[in-house]
Design a binder for this molecule. Structure first.
Ligand code: NAI
Length: 331
């Protein structure tokens, strides 16, 4: 089989360090798909990146056809089939959320322009770098020749966290819990929603709300735990989630590439088409099913008034981020 061209940005960083192993091991694109890895980072990180390249060689993986470390977006994105946009400016002490947004939307503008010029028009772009939803939106705006459906933001880590928390609560193995949804922004306004999730326990499939049988736990403890999980990991580890973020990025891209399982949906930040009354032209996390590399937003889920208020809060935050990002890019 001909190799596919896969870009990882922020390739010298901590998420990439775990993600690259998964790519080399065939966990994302499969055991029989060779990969040309294009590793993008900034000039000061090239020394570290060379060390990563040495380790990639030492994996002795037959799937790695070619590995290119570079600080030039035009080389990295040339004929790209898939791109993991992980690289971003981290929040530094004393930095306001606005400053972080300003630094990052500029990076994603440049990368959008490079994708537009150099990548294949079918390229699948997964934005991991924060603020992931708004970065994905900006990246897509600056790549007008690539369909906007090809730009997604990662909320799969939040989905995996939510699924794991429910499995622990219910005393089952994590894959017995299905169809948990993350709505909205990959931020503390996201709404982790178990209302449509199911669990298989003692051979019987049940709705999660029925199995948990504790509305206040589901509406408060569960929601807040998932919303604050990233901060809890930072507090404990002194660094942000990396291994689990890389696993989630692999899960997201694998499902996009090969499709979702029957009767199952996954959450992805995608450009809103107005489903569920969400404003258009923001990247909002919805439940989706995927077939032939095309996703469809799951329709017809019942949204009660509690869920509605949560969806509206996170949509409003995304509209505000979009306004700030547009303002910054027009300056
Ligand atoms: P890190 O700081 O270890 O690595 C980031 C890398 O990006 C560095 O090597 C840096 O040099 C590089 N970089 C900076 N600007 C770049 C540019 N213009 N082009 C290419 N590379 C560039 O950070 P880590 O832990 O790997 O996290 C990366 C991003 O992922 C952060 O923005 C983090 O907030 C975000 N994240 C997102 C999650 C999600 O669920 N969506 C979960 C966890 C982290």
């Amino acid at each position: 089989m001909a190799p596919i061209n896969v870009v990882v940005t922020g390739a010298a960083g901590q998420i990439a360090y775990s993600l690259l192993y998964q790519l080399a091991a065939g966990n994302v694109f499969g055991q029989d798909v060779p990969i040309n890895l294009r590793l993008l980072d900034i000039a000061p990180a090239m020394g570290i990146l060379n060390g990563v390249v040495m380790e990639l060689e030492d994996l002795a993986s037959p799937l790695l056809s070619d590995v290119l470390p570079t600080d030039q977006p035009e080389l990295a994105f040339k004929d790209a089939d898939a791109a993991f946009l992980v690289g971003a400016m981290p929040r530094k002490q004393g930095m306001e959320r606005k400053d972080l947004l300003a630094a990052n939307v500029k990076i994603f503008k440049v990368q959008g322009e490079a994708l537009d010029k150099f990548a294949k028009k079918t390229v699948k772009v997964l934005v991991v770098g924060n603020p992931a939803n708004t970065n994905a939106l900006m990246c897509s705006h600056y790549a007008p020749s690539i369909p906007k459906e090809n730009f997604t933001a990662m909320t799969r880590l939040d989905q995996n966290r939510a699924q794991a928390a429910l499995a622990i609560k219910l005393g089952v193995v994590v894959d017995k819990v299905k169809n948990v949804t993350i709505w909205g922004n990959h931020s503390s306004t996201q709404y982790p929603d178990a209302a449509h999730a199911t669990v298989e326990k003692n051979g019987k499939v049940q709705p999660v709300p029925e199995a948990v049988n504790d509305e206040s736990w589901l509406n408060q403890t569960f929601v807040e735990t998932i919303q604050k999980r990233g901060a809890a990991v930072i507090a404990a580890r002194t660094m942000s989630s990396a291994m689990s973020a890389a696993k989630a990025a692999g899960d997201h891209m694998r499902d996009w590439w090969y499709g979702t399982q029957p009767n199952q949906f996954v959450s992805m930040g995608v450009v809103s088409d107005g489903s569920y009354g969400i404003p258009k032209d923001i990247v909002f996390s919805f439940p989706v099913t995927i077939k032939d590399k095309q996703y469809k937003i799951v329709q017809g889920l019942n949204i009660n008034s509690f869920a509605r208020s949560k969806l509206d809060i996170t949509a409003k935050e995304l509209e505000e981020e979009r306004a700030e990002a547009n303002h910054i890019l027009q300056q």
